[in-house]
Design a protein around this ligand. Structure first.
Ligand code: NAD
Ligand code: GLY
Length: 379
C-alpha cells in the first residue's frame, strides 16, 4: 500500500492471509484509488452506493479511481434497510452483471451499514466471489459494520439471516463525510462507539463521558480519536474470534438482545434506528446486571445517564416519535426468542459485572427479566 500521509492513521485487522488495513483520516475519499491500487487484482472496480450518498460523494470517489488509472462502474440502490431485502439483492446482482464484471473486478461499498452489508454479501457470491473494499460513510459503519466481515441481507424471518463472513481487502474511513450525516444517524453510531468502553475498556468509557457531547457536536479531533480507538478494539476482537466461535466476538452484541426485541417490535424501521436500539439495549443490559446483583447500581445509572445526556432514546416511552406504542414484556421476550443469538430457545445476553466488564450468559432468570421489562415499560 502507498505511504499514508502523516494525518492518516492505519489500523491492521490481523487475519493472516486475509489481513487488511483500515485507513482513517480527513479527505481520504480523494485517496481511495491510490490506497486501493496496489491491492486490486485488476484495475477495475464497481462502486455500489445508495441514492443519498452517491450524489454527495460518488463523483469524488470516481475521480480518485480515475486518477489512479482504475476503470470505474457504478450501481445505486435506494437508501434504507429495504435495500437489504432479497428482491433488492436480486436486482443488485443483475445490475452488477449488466456491467459485465469478471473475477478480477473489485466491488466498492460507499455508504452506511446497509450498503456495506449488501455489497459485502454481493462480493461473496458474485461469480463465486470477488474482492471488495469498504468506504463507510456513517459513524456506525466507520466504527463497526465495515470492519470484521459480517455481510448479509434480510428475510421475512428476520434481519441478516442470509449472509457470509467475508472480509474486505481494505477499509477507508474519511472522517469528513460525517459532516453531512443527520444528527440522529450520528447519535445512532455513537452508541456503538460507547459500546467499546462498556465491553472491556473502562478508561474509554470515561473518555466518552467527558468527550461524547463534543464529538457529537462536531469536534474533528475527538471524532478521529474515537473512530480509531473503536476500530482498534473491533480489529482486536475480530482477529481473535473471526467467526464468533467463542464468546469473545459475541461481546460485540452488548445491548443487542434487548435492542433486537425493540427493533422487531418497531418494525426495523425509522421509529428506531439500529444504533438507537443498541443504546437502549445497553442501558437495559446494565439495569438487568444491577438487578441481578452482578454490577454496581451506580454503573448502570452512569450508562443510562450518559446515553440519555447525549440524546439517545433510552426510555421506552421516548421511542417511536409520533408512533408511540403500547409495549408488552411478553411480546419483547417473544422477539428475543426469535433472535438468531437464541440457542435452542435459550436467550443469550451480554451482561456486565461493571463498566468495562461485560460477559456472555445464557442463564438469565426469566422472572427477573420480565420484572425488569415491566419496570422499564412503566418508567
Ligand atoms: P444506513 O446504511 O441505512 O445509513 C443511514 C442513512 O444515512 C441512510 O439513509 C444513508 O443514505 C444515509 N447516509 C449515509 N452516509 C451519509 C453521509 N455521510 N451523509 C448523509 N447521509 C448519509 O444505516 P447504518 O446505521 O449505517 O447501518 C445500519 C445497517 O448496518 C443495518 O442493516 C445493520 O444490520 C447493519 N449492521 C451491520 C453490522 C456488521 O457487523 N456487518 C454491524 C452493525 C450494523
Ligand atoms: N457488529 C457485531 C459484530 O461484528 O460481530
Amino acid at each position: 500500500m502507498s505511504a499514508p500521509t502523516s494525518t492518516t492513521r492505519m489500523v491492521r485487522v490481523d487475519l493472516g492471509g486475509r489481513a487488511y488495513d483500515i485507513a482513517i483520516g480527513a479527505q481520504l475519499l480523494d485517496r481511495v484509488g491510490e490506497l486501493a491500487a496496489p491491492l486490486l487484482a485488476a484495475p477495475r472496480v464497481v462502486v455500489v452506493s445508495d441514492g443519498t450518498v452517491a450524489p454527495l460523494y460518488g463523483a469524488r470517489l470516481a475521480a480518485s479511481f480515475k486518477k489512479a488509472g482504475i476503470e470505474t462502474g457504478s450501481v445505486t440502490v435506494p437508501p434504507g434497510e429495504s435495500s437489504k431485502e432479497f428482491a433488492a439483492f436480486s436486482r443488485l446482482m443483475n445490475d452488477l452483471l449488466d456491467l459485465r464484471p469478471d473475477r478480477k473486478t473489485t466491488l466498492v461499498a460507499l455508504g452506511g451499514g446497509v450498503v456495506g452489508d449488501l455489497t459485502g454479501f454481493a462480493a461473496a457470491v458474485l461469480l463465486r466471489g470477488v474482492d471488495f473494499i469498504q468506504v463507510p460513510t456513517t459513524l456506525l459503519a466507520q466504527v463497526d459494520s465495515s470492519v470484521g466481515g459480517k455481510t448479509g441481507i434480510n428475510t421475512r424471518h428476520g434481519k441478516n439471516l442470509v449472509g457470509a463472513f467475508y472480509q474486505p481487502r481494505l477499509v477507508v474511513v474519511d472522517t469528513d463525510v460525517l459532516g453531512t450525516l443527520p444528527r440522529r444517524e450520528l447519535l445512532s453510531g455513537y452508541a456503538e462507539v460507547a459500546k467499546y468502553g462498556l465491553i472491556d475498556d473502562p478508561a474509554f468509557w470515561d473518555w466518552c463521558e467527558a468527550n461524547g457531547a463534543a464529538l457529537i457536536a462536531g469536534d474533528a479531533a475527538r471524532r478521529a480519536y474515537a473512530i480509531e480507538h473503536s476500530c482498534r478494539a473491533k480489529a482486536r476482537i475480530v482477529a481473535a474470534d473471526e467467526r464468533e466461535t467463542t464468546d469473545l466476538r459475541a461481546l460485540l452484541n452488548l445491548g443487542h438482545t434487548f435492542g433486537h426485541a425493540l427493533e422487531a417490535e418497531t418494525g426495523f424501521g425509522p421509529d428506531l434506528l439500529h444504533g438507537e436500539a443498541v443504546g437502549a439495549g445497553m442501558a437495559l443490559a446494565f439495569d438487568l446486571s444491577a438487578k441481578l446483583g452482578l454490577c454496581p447500581a451506580l454503573d448502570a445509572t452512569r450508562v443510562r445517564h450518559h446515553l440519555d445526556a447525549v440524546g439517545l432514546p433510552v426510555r421506552l416511552r421516548g421511542i417511536g416519535g409520533n408512533n408511540r406504542r403500547q409495549w408488552s414484556a411478553t411480546k419483547l421476550i417473544d422477539h428475543m426468542r426469535g433472535d438468531k443469538k437464541a440457542e435452542a430457545g435459550r436467550l443469550t445476553f451480554v451482561l456486565a459485572r461493571g463498566i468495562g466488564r461485560a460477559f456472555v450468559t445464557r442463564e438469565v432468570d426469566a422472572v427477573a427479566l420480565r420484572d425488569l421489562l415491566d419496570t422499564a415499560i412503566a418508567a
